[in-house]
Design a protein around this ligand. Structure first.
Ligand SMILES: NC(=O)c1ccc[n+]([C@@H]2O[C@H](COP(=O)([O-])OP(=O)(O)OC[C@H]3O[C@@H](n4cnc5c(N)ncnc54)[C@H](O)[C@@H]3O)[C@@H](O)[C@H]2O)c1
Length: 371
């Protein structure tokens, strides 16, 4: 198959959809790869590295869209690209269509085959192409929290790990899923006292087994949250209720019980946020203050570490890209239900129920389109 790797054009997006190592694996599987010039620059990969890996460089996105059987992106196609997409061309990227009617309609019109990273789902319901970004956001949450706890940044002036003779800081993590466990791992490594809250008792049992002794698992309920908030130096919001907005676990009135200069990092901001006082921020101005409490609410945290994010993302996407390229999208979907769940819009029809429901449009099960 002829695979095209585009340069990202969405504002402040420095990731790229495939590393030179991934391109080399594609070439070893006898696929031809076109890479747009400078595609890897933001992630630290030179054009020469892609050429060495077996790719051919092309000057423009137009050329990639005109020639490639499968086009890979990180972010969704931008309006300037809609007219370039061809019938039956495979577009493999993050799409988030349920939040974007314009893009959905544009993809329907092109009659292309659109496979979304975020809806590929394994039998255990995990989302393998979202997990790497949650891992990064969880680990970053502690790093960012620690930074904004420093007094010159407006924080309480606390070193999370403490030092001999001085008690460590207290980190409260709401939600013990992928973000939560990754945040806890880093906070524990720093030496902080970590409380990890979740509503799922089985998950708490697991966390209690695997986490070090400075991590305490706690059932998430209002009484426990109220008590622990009084002690916290850093609070990380990492809850997720699939398909729903995040619950507001900390209300504005609860802020008065939190110590001044405490940092709240709301990782769940991309689902509306789990603190009532949260609003989305950007990497240029990541924080704001409400009632003396620092809020960090960046909706695309992995964007700040593109060199790590690109490699983590392509580690996860490569096996799927290879399967689709090897078999073609129809056979890949027939043989793998998880890839089938990734297909959102095919040849003018919506094949993802969530997207169809979001816009009150007809839903066509993918199985009915596989011959
Ligand atoms: N801001 C960013 O850049 C960024 C990046 C990646 C992920 N995220 C977001 O982070 C959030 C967490 O993602 P994840 O991958 O860890 O999800 P996950 O499904 O792995 O974990 C969510 C956890 O929250 C728990 N939970 C649900 N309701 C709860 C409640 N009321 N109290 C305590 N725990 C509760 C669940 O039991 C689950 O263990 C999501 O909203 C995700 O979209 C944001």
């Amino acid at each position: 198959m002829l695979i095209g790797i585009l340069k990202e054009i969405k504002v402040a997006e420095n990731r790229v959809s495939m590393t030179p190592a991934g391109v080399e694996a594609m070439a070893l599987h006898k696929h031809d790869v076109l890479v747009e010039k400078n595609a890897g620059a933001g992630s630290g990969f030179t054009d020469e590295a892609y050429q060495k890996a077996g790719a051919r460089l092309v000057e423009t996105a137009e050329e990639i869209y005109a020639r490639a059987d499968m086009v890979m992106h990180v972010k969704e196609p931008q309006p300037s690209e809609y007219a370039l997409i061809r019938e039956n061309q495979i577009i493999f990227t993050y799409l988030h269509l349920a939040a974007d009617k314009k893009l959905t309609q544009a993809l329907i019109k092109t009659r292309s085959v659109n496979i979304a990273y975020e809806t590929i789902q394994k039998a255990d319901r995990s989302l393998p192409l979202l997990i790497p970004m949650s891992e990064i956001a969880g680990r970053m949450a502690v790093q960012e929290g620690a930074k904004y706890l420093e007094m010159p940044q407006g924080g309480r002036g606390i070193l999370l790990g403490g030092v001999p003779g001085v008690v460590p800081g207290v980190v409260l993590i709401l939600g013990g899923g992928i973000v939560g466990i990754n945040a806890a791992k880093i906070a524990c490594g720093l030496g902080a006292r970590v409380y990890l809250l979740d509503t799922n008792l089985d998950r708490l049992r697991y966390l209690s087994e695997v986490m070090p002794s400075n991590c305490f698992t706690v059932m998430a309920n209002l009484a426990n949250l109220r008590a622990l908030l009084k002690e916290a130096d850093l609070v990380i919001g990492a809850v997720l209720i699939p398909g729903a907005k995040a619950p507001k676990l900390i209300t504005r009135s609860m802020l008065k019980d939190i110590k001044a200069g405490t940092v709240l990092v709301d990782v769940a901001i991309d689902q509306g946020g789990c603190f009532e006082t949260s609003r989305p921020t950007t990497h240029t101005q990541p924080t704001f203050e409400v009632d003396g409490i620092i809020h960090y609410c960046v909706a695309n945290m992995p964007g700040a570490v593109p060199k790590t994010s690109t490699i983590a993302l392509t580690n996860a996407t490569l096996p799927y890209a290879l399967a689709i390229a090897e078999k073609g999208w129809q056979a890949a979907c027939r043989e793998s239900h998880e890839i089938g769940l990734g297909v959102n819009v095919v040849q003018g029809q919506i094949t993802c129920k969530g997207v169809a429901d979001a816009f009150g449009m007809p839903y066509v099960p993918i199985d009915s389109l596989l011959n």
